[in-house]
Ligand binder design. Structure first.
Ligand SMILES: *[C@@H]1O[C@H](CO)[C@@H](O)[C@H](O)[C@H]1NC(C)=O
Ligand SMILES: *[C@@H]1O[C@H](CO)[C@@H](O)[C@H](O)[C@H]1NC(C)=O
Ligand SMILES: *[C@@H]1O[C@H](CO)[C@@H](O)[C@H](O)[C@H]1NC(C)=O
Ligand SMILES: *[C@@H]1O[C@H](CO)[C@@H](O)[C@H](O)[C@H]1NC(C)=O
Ligand SMILES: [Cu+2]
Length: 348
């Protein structure tokens, strides 16, 4: 089982943008106290969204995949690429550590800001509550999240994609799992969009690849969620959710990444699959559920190492998350309470 973990991928983040709240830049003003929100944007489960909202959301993602990068480089052509690139650059530092959840919450906040400010998206950020699917006996690929018309497209088509010959030549702490690249997604809204980043740290133009594997369903059930939310401390909760550095079986973060497979299963470049945002919004929601069980203690509870390798240091609320050229940094303290700016969202 431990070998699974090396193949497993990671995750990421979302952002929930809000309509009328304080702007992101306001929140960056030099200030100490909590930043109030004018209103809270609700994040909804994908299936609770109306057909029109789903279409608008997909259009917003496509918009991000079209508009030019703010800082065009040889590898980042679009705004969407810049999100993928930030995760590739930070992946080794923001998984298996105390800042795992805050960093991904921050990435989603930035993402929401992009689609709202640059793509004029006004609707909710969706999350994918995979437990609704995992609790059933049906195949995961039958979930409506993978529906070509009302979802994100389906499984990869076998034999339509091969990893490049040199896929393991770029040094990476978490190698590409060569057994999770069944084929190109041939239906749904993202079938025609070429991905330029990944797999992993490679830069190769390729189709969106998936390899849906029901083996991981059992780690995504309502019981699995409960096993996390009953944990008494942040560190125990984070490990039960993330499964890192090492747990004997896969945990939810890794399980949904590897269940989808392909791009989504890669530790570095998983943001390339639009489902990344919905998966991380769900993890973020589960963290919020855990925080709300004992808000007085948990709203600002952050513990764990901030470094993956020695010398170890402990994470604090003043830790700078850092997103590279993507965005000004955020301190952990700024993302702990989603009802304060710059977050200003809630889960329903
Ligand atoms: C999956 O969906 C297909 C097509 O709707 C259906 O024929 C099949 O029975 C379903 N199988 C499972 C196990 O969910
Ligand atoms: C699903 O994943 C398991 C565990 O990694 C693996 O043994 C199995 O071959 C995979 N199934 C398919 C159809 O790829
Ligand atoms: C939940 O925790 C129990 C007790 O440790 C364990 O037996 C069970 O396998 C866990 N279930 C999941 C889905 O993680
Ligand atoms: C653009 O990206 C490069 C490479 O990541 C970085 O060195 C530079 O600071 C960035 N420029 C801006 C304006 O963000
Ligand atoms: Cu991640």
């Amino acid at each position: 089982m431990p070998s699974l973990f090396y193949l497993i991928l990671y995750c990421c983040c979302l952002v929930g943008a809000v309509a009328a709240a304080a702007t992101f830049n306001d929140a960056h003003a030099v200030t100490t106290g909590p930043q109030k929100c004018k209103s809270l944007r609700a994040r909804l489960e994908w299936r609770a969204m109306k057909p029109r909202q789903k279409k608008d959301y997909v259009d917003a993602v496509k918009c991000l995949q079209q508009i030019p990068a703010a800082n065009k480089t040889s590898v980042t052509q679009t705004r969407f690429d810049e999100l993928v690139s930030s995760h590739i650059d930070f992946a080794d530092r923001v998984h298996s550590v105390g800042q795992f959840l805050p960093w991904h919450r921050g990435l989603l906040i930035i993402y929401e800001r992009f689609i709202r400010n640059e793509c004029h998206y006004k609707g909710p950020i969706p999350y994918w509550d995979w437990s609704k699917d995992a609790d059933r006996l049906t195949h995961m690929a039958n979930s409506s999240i993978f529906d070509p018309a009302t979802g994100f497209g389906g499984d990869g088509v076998a034999g339509t994609y091969s990893l490049p010959e040199n896929y393991n030549l770029v040094p990476s702490r978490v190698p590409i799992n060569p057994y999770a690249w069944k084929g190109c997604v041939k239906d749904g809204p993202f079938a025609a969009h070429p991905i330029v980043l990944g797999p992993g740290k490679l830069v190769t133009k390729h189709c969106l690849v998936r390899d849906i594997n029901d083996t991981y369903k059992e780690y995504l059930t309502t019981n699995a969620v409960r096993n996390a939310t009953i944990q008494p401390s942040f560190e125990l909760f984070r490990i039960e959710l993330e499964g890192r550095p090492v747990t004997p079986t896969p945990k939810m973060h890794d399980a949904a990444h590897v269940l989808v497979g392909g791009d989504m299963s890669n530790f570095y470049s998983s943001v390339a699959d639009p489902l990344f945002i919905l998966h991380h919004a769900n993890l973020d929601r589960i963290w919020w559920v855990w925080q709300q069980i004992k808000p007085a203690k948990r709203l600002y509870e952050i513990t764990g190492r901030s470094t993956v390798a020695p010398p170890y240091t402990d994470v604090t609320l003043d830790f700078d998350l850092g997103f590279g050229a993507l965005s000004p940094s955020l301190k952990i303290r700024q993302v702990m309470n989603i009802h304060e700016a710059p977050a200003c969202y809630t889960y329903v």
